[in-house]
Design a protein around this ligand. Sequence first.
Ligand code: ATP
Ligand code: MG
Length: 396
Amino acid sequence: MKARDIMQEIILLKQGEMVLKGLNRRGFEEKMMGNAKRRLKKYGSFKVYTRQSTTYVEPLDDSADFEGAWEAMGKVFGAVGVCRARACPKDKDEIVKCAVEYLGDKLQAAKSFKVESKRADKTFPMTSIQLSQYVGGELHDRFPHLEADMHHPELTVHVEVRDFDAYIHADPEPGAGGLPVGMGGRALSLLSGGIDSPVASWMVAKRGVIVDMVHYYSYPYTSPEAKEKVLDLARLLVPYTGKQCVHVVPFTKIQEELRRSCPEELFTILMRRFMMRIACRVAEKNGIQALVTGESVGQVASQTLDALACTDAVCTLPVLRPLVGMDKEEIVRISRKIGTFETSILPYEDCCTVFTPKHPRTKPKPEELEEAEKGLDIDGLVNEAVENIERVMLDL
Ligand code: ATP
Ligand code: MG
């Protein structure tokens, strides 16, 4: 029998908000574990289990890509904190030795510390308090500059005595937060190539919602590269969402019709109404419950309250606008954090920018839009676009 490789590292995921879920909590836990397991598949064999609000991710052999798994686990929604831990034999001096080796740099750098112990294995010969005192004393002997501080220590050395091994770790780092994807229904996000809509999609996925996407493109006014860029943005979100269906909708004919027959200053808002109508149709066909956009009040002419009311007027589903009260700077900060910013700023045109009016109306009224749309075969245009959708499936 192969000796258990006891010096291995494992990953701990600390449950966030889902601990408050009462009777439903088990369902949230199962979903988070399932999501973690799917993401771990390409990094080798791992054992995943949950005890007391913590999900343990243990590599089962040496061939597992631990660094890859560590990065992937930082993107699992539902985990408020993630940390790496080192396993060692369940013996007080082995625990001290492991803490010195594994957290030595941190112990050297900190000014104050404490040891916090947990025992799942009640046959362990010391109580948690005795173990903390023993390990704390030994660490203090080896790092005499460290002050013991039970209330606000700079470093907490965690010791967990479990069924087979003991685990040593420092405080968790921030995890992806939110709730496990799959617990919150399904939404359809309108994804452009800009900075905002990938962030909006991410924010809704973070709340446990499965997010599919719809993108409108206007070939030849927009290039194939512009479409690829949007698919790249969607791909960047897959480590968070798990998978993604992108509905790519041909929008050229609608834009040409609008340009031919409608007042220029209403062009953008009329176009947005068509985007919403098509998105509602796609959503209804696919059992999706809400739309998502990257709009924020006042950011551009089509995002004033009057304009948003005109867009909502044609929607048959709720429209989620998670960025509604955010400044551009705050949105950019998130887009950098989630890794979409660099792709978003690549200079490809979007169908919104192709026929931008010189003086867009900032206070449109639903009646004038209805008037402008009178001569159009709305259903025909929407049907034709929906029939010609190209579906792109993205997976981990
Ligand atoms: P973004 O940075 O996401 O492009 P924006 O500030 O440029 O947003 P608009 O161009 O007015 O804003 O678009 C508002 C929202 O409409 C976008 O956030 C997105 O949800 C949706 N949208 C715009 N263009 C498209 C498109 N070509 N395909 C799909 N959705 C789009
Ligand atoms: Mg845009």
